[in-house]
Design a protein around this ligand. Structure first.
Ligand SMILES: Cc1cc2nc3c(=O)[nH]c(=O)nc-3n(C[C@H](O)[C@H](O)[C@H](O)COP(=O)(O)OP(=O)(O)OC[C@H]3O[C@@H](n4cnc5c(N)ncnc54)[C@H](O)[C@@H]3O)c2cc1C
Ligand code: FES
Length: 261
């Protein structure tokens, strides 16, 4: 884990509320693995104490990129920043995805909204190609579609309002695909909690392994404050684990969606 003050190389709008931020961060870029995240402090913000977690989207040469959606105070200030301005980064953090092996299980990636960022790095690093299911509310929530195709992945798009791709939710084409044959498949998912919970249920039903990147609110990002804990099954019951250090990626069979009574 490294803490560095980094310079913005570019910070451009992708669609609607989504931006691509490229930073010059050679050491972090070299160490980054799919599913890991960076904890970013926007020094230009008045209340700059709290960092914000973002999945690593690309790590190429000296540059590290994230793909973010403007949703509040931090991301609004971030969206107004430009090349040459500085940010503070801690990373790469967390336990990421297991990169599929050549000739191993066929990966089925399931991504909702900004979850596509973490999925892109996994697709890029995976020697074994598979299918990416990308879903969002509207067409503008569909990111990276062409980039996944350029990597040689089969891409299936769904939008809830039907403005692009198949109308519905991202798990519909996933279920259809698994009905055609579930053996030798493995699921990887990143997106809103409701989507992750649905993917875990599907994995159980079709008896396929699944890794989920949990989306919990974080404060310190380094295992100290316990803001980010979730209940996880263990050999002798369950315990709280920190999504920032033991996660954000967990085996779907380990995640408990409610605290046991
Ligand atoms: C491991 C991890 C990876 C992430 N990767 C990305 C990414 O690649 N791209 C991206 O755009 N966002 C990502 N997020 C979410 C991102 O951290 C939040 O959107 C961001 O912190 C909001 O900061 P803000 O100051 O703009 O919002 P605030 O003003 O702090 O809050 C605005 C709204 O955003 C909600 N929010 C804050 N944190 C989260 C969260 N973790 N999940 C869902 N809603 C949240 C708040 O509840 C509130 O409604 C990730 C979160 C985690 C935990
Ligand atoms: S965010 Fe502080 S322990 Fe995870």
């Amino acid at each position: 884990m490294l803490e560095r003050t980094v310079q913005i190389v570019s910070n451009e709008r992708d669609t609607d509320q989504y931006f691509r931020l490229v930073m010059r961060a050679p050491e972090l870029a070299m160490a980054a693995q799919p599913g890991q995240f960076v904890h970013l402090r926007v020094m230009a913000m008045k209340d700059a104490l709290l960092r914000r977690p973002f999945s690593i989207y690309q790590a190429r040469g000296e540059n590290l990129s994230v793909l973010y959606k403007t949703v509040g105070k931090g991301t609004d200030v971030l969206a107004r920043m430009g090349p040459g301005e500085e940010l503070s980064l801690i990373g790469p953090l967390g336990h990421g995805f297991t990169v599929p092996k050549a000739g191993g299980e066929t990966p089925l990636l399931v991504a909702g909204g900004y979850g596509m960022a973490a999925m892109y790095m996994l697709a890029e690093r995976s020697p074994q190609k598979g299918v990416v299911f990308v879903g969002g509310r509207r067409r503008v929530d569909i990111l990276c579609e062409d980039e996944f195709r350029k990597l040689g992945w089969d891409v299936r798009v769904t939008t809830e309002d039907g403005s692009y791709g198949e109308k519905g939710i991202v798990t519909q084409p996933l279920i259809a695909e698994l009905r055609r044959g579930a053996a030798g498949r493995k699921l990887f998912a990143c997106g809103p909690t409701a989507m992750l919970k649905a993917v875990a249920k599907i994995a159980e039903e079709f008896k396929v392994p699944a890794e989920l990147s949990m989306d919990e609110h974080m404060c310190c990002g380094v295992g100290v404050c316990l803001t980010c804990v979730i209940p996880v099954k263990t050999a002798d019951g369950w315990e709280y684990q920190r999504t920032c250090t033991e996660g954000p990626v967990f085996d779907s069979r380990e995640v408990l969606w409610e605290v046991p009574k």
